[in-house]
Design a binder for this molecule. Structure first.
Ligand code: 9MR
Length: 383
């Protein structure tokens, strides 16, 4: 498809919907479609503050909630790690445990236990909780890819969204319904990412998943999450334009999308497009759609020097990111993709050539706060 951002992405193409089986056509009872007006009113209410879970008392810090993504394996083995979430986070989200392939590794069995423990930890301690993710190409269970018909695949997706939303209703109040649906480079590959879901269900899998999630838990906030939405350059401009186009098309079809999630994996060698990010936030706001930062961390593999240079680059990048982010209003929360440098995907995937430790997260390996994290908390508190 041509890289023109105004090119229709055709999410939820009606002809395909009619041909595509239960979850697509609404014959499973997706009768409860929201009107555009009610979706906008809901989004405006949500912009006024995060809905709190049904029990427990969320910590009522003034300002924008700060959160961290938690991993069950470290939660069990490292008491300091567990404590760090209590010391620092208004919101705690399972990093991997709510992903499709972990919740339902095979067709016969579900594995809710690790996610339950983490969600219970958040709620019992009065923290907010958000969930990732129903549809992500990186967490598609093998058994689904072996299903033969579109109808079976759509039904399996419907069953998943319904069961998971139902189980966590009132506790996981904000879901990344779909994650990373935009092509890495929409100009040459897109605009949508070539995934199992796109190949088998077509673009309609995006609005269908949101409609299913809205029906399963009408009180949930529904987020479309993606990466590379904050830097300067034509690929990033196009990714922002593609996101806006998807949101508009979903709204035109009366499908609720309440927030856009900025993953914010910040490559420190790249320049934040402060004006571009602010404009993006303002355009979403005009559509009644808020922002939430979902996976913040700092990628310092190209930064020469040691901790002082890494932290100085981090401070510059985070400050510019916040300038753009806060310009258009208040993000619902800022969530870091972990809490301590002890545990981060970045050291596995993007290790430094000089062998020095990466410094991606708010706390260092000894749980000492970084200067950039203190800056972040100050700005969130006063925003
Ligand atoms: O950090 C996550 C890592 O622990 C998991 O093994 C991996 C696969 O589930 O996912 C990582 O998180 C990714 C997130 O879900 C989506 N955005 C990119 C993150 C880093 O790869």
């Amino acid at each position: 498809m041509a890289p023109n951002p105004s090119t229709p992405i055709a999410v939820g193409d009606p002809a395909r919907r009619a041909a595509a089986g239960p979850a697509a056509s609404g014959s499973t009872g997706i009768a409860r479609t929201l009107t555009r007006r009610s979706a906008l009113a809901g989004a405006a209410a949500l912009a006024a503050g995060l809905a709190l879970p049904g029990r427990g008392t969320a910590r009522t810090h003034a300002g924008i909630p700060f959160g961290g993504a938690v991993q069950a394996e470290h939660f069990d083995s490292d008491p300091s790690y567990r404590q760090a979430f209590l010391d620092h986070c208004d919101l705690v989200m399972p990093m991997n445990e709510l992903k499709f392939s972990l919740l339902r590794p095979n067709r016969e069995s579900w594995n809710f236990e690790p996610a339950d423990r983490l969600v219970d930890f958040a709620i019992a301690n009065g923290r907010l909780c958000r969930g990732t993710t129903h549809v992500w190409y990186g967490a598609t269970p093998d058994w689904i890819t072996r299903l033969e018909s579109e109808r079976e695949i759509a039904a399996a997706l419907g069953e998943h969204v319904e069961r998971v939303s139902d189980r966590y209703r009132g506790r996981v109040t904000d879901w990344d319904v779909c994650n990373e649906v935009i092509a890495h480079d929409p100009a040459s590959e897109g605009p949508l990412r070539d995934t199992f879901w796109l190949r088998r269900l077509g673009p309609r899998h995006i609005p269908d998943a949101f409609a299913l999630a809205a029906r399963a838990d009408p009180s949930a906030t529904l987020t479309l999450n993606d990466y590379d939405l904050e830097f300067r350059g034509s690929r990033y401009d196009l990714r922002r334009a593609t996101m806006l186009s998807i949101v508009r098309q979903m709204q035109d079809r009366n499908v609720p999308v309440h927030r856009v999630g900025l993953q914010a994996h910040l490559y420190l060698e790249k320049e934040i497009d402060v004006e571009g990010l602010a404009r993006f936030g303002a355009e979403l706001k005009a559509l009644g759609v808020g922002l939430v930062v979902t996976e913040l961390d700092l990628i310092d593999w190209q930064i020469e020097g040691g901790p002082a240079e890494q932290d100085a680059a981090a401070e510059r990048s985070v400050s510019a990111f916040l300038d753009g982010l806060l310009d258009a209003g208040r993000p619902a929360a800022v969530v870091a993709w972990g809490i301590t440098d002890r545990y981060s995907w970045i050291s596995d995937v993007m290790p430094r050539e000089d062998g020095k430790p990466e410094r991606p997260l708010p706390l260092d390996r000894d749980y000492r706060p970084k200067p950039w994290y203190e800056t972040l908390r100050r700005r969130l508190a006063t925003a």
